[in-house]
Design a binder for this molecule. Structure first.
Ligand SMILES: [Zn+2]
Length: 271
């Protein structure tokens, strides 16, 4: 339950399938609320082309279990990823097959392999590197490219994207964790659409930095629309200062959860 709802203020919150939205209190409130989403920690994994899957395993992938994103599955198969300096064993294959093989690892994994691996959005392989060998139960594949550290991203269902006014390519600031390990991640890439279930994907390094695990909640603090200027983030301190000056909250501003509570308590409305 959101803090404001817990305090019994405002109308009941809009409940989305997988995300939770703070109560709204007027036409401008759409821009001045906090949104919570679930966290999914992506361990290192490999997507394979059909050709590479057959070379590695002698046949098609076997469905192990379904995972959170619609249509995807963790295959029963795993590979060994070998780099110039070290290797990663038991790396899960995620199906179905794709047009091109992609290896998603953390920066810690990259160091273990002895590779300088760029951070890139999944599917953007132009910037990726090769230099690894995949070893399966039936053969090996040498990759000339396809190894990335995946950009942190938020999968959004079409419904949640519409409800929250977010679109693919938007960049978010998202707070994860609590207490002395709380971390705000910047530049979280939105991936919205029918093939997405709402979930924040972090890699193992990011999750460990914030001491969070799959199923924990994260709070969206601010966002920047594609091609738009960053919206001003208003903190509780800003709200107090605005109230002192007799001003209202700037139109289109994003309020932190505590700023939102304070603005409500002070009766401040966006201009
Ligand atoms: Zn993802």
């Amino acid at each position: 339950m959101t803090r404001a709802a817990a305090a019994g203020k405002g109308p009941p919150p809009t409940t989305a399938p997988t995300g939770r939205v703070a109560p709204t209190s007027g036409p401008r409130a759409r821009r001045a609320r906090s949104i919570e989403v679930g966290i999914g920690v992506s361990n290192r994994h490999v997507h394979l082309s059909d050709k590479d899957a057959r070379a590695l395993f002698g046949g098609a992938l076997t469905v192990g279990r379904t995972i959170s994103q619609p249509g995807q599955f963790a295959a029963a198969e795993t590979v060994v990823v070998e780099g110039p300096k070290g290797k990663l064993e038991g790396v899960r294959v995620v199906g179905p097959v794709r047009s091109e093989t992609q290896v998603e690892i953390s920066l810690t994994d990259a160091r273990r392999l002895g590779l300088d691996v760029p951070i890139a959005a999944s599917g953007s392989l132009a910037a990726s590197v090769g230099g690894v060998t995949l070893r399966g139960s039936a053969g090996t594949v040498r990759l000339e490219r396809g190894v990335i550290v995946a950009s942190r991203h938020l999968h959004l269902s079409a419904d949640d994207a519409r409800a929250w006014g977010l679109a693919s390519g938007d960049l978010l600031d998202v707070r994860c964790g609590a207490g002395s390990r709380a971390v705000t991640f910047h530049g979280v890439l939105v991936r919205a659409g029918a093939s997405n279930a709402t979930e924040l994907h972090l890699d193992a390094d990011e999750a460990n930095a914030a001491a969070v695990r799959t199923g924990d909640r994260a709070t969206i603090l601010a966002w920047k629309s594609v091609g738009a200027k960053a919206r001003r983030l208003v903190t509780e301190r800003d709200v107090i200062e605005l109230a002192r000056r007799g001003e209202s909250v700037p139109s289109g501003a994003l309020l932190t959860p505590s700023a939102l509570d304070r603005a409500r308590a002070l009766g401040l409305r966006p201009s």
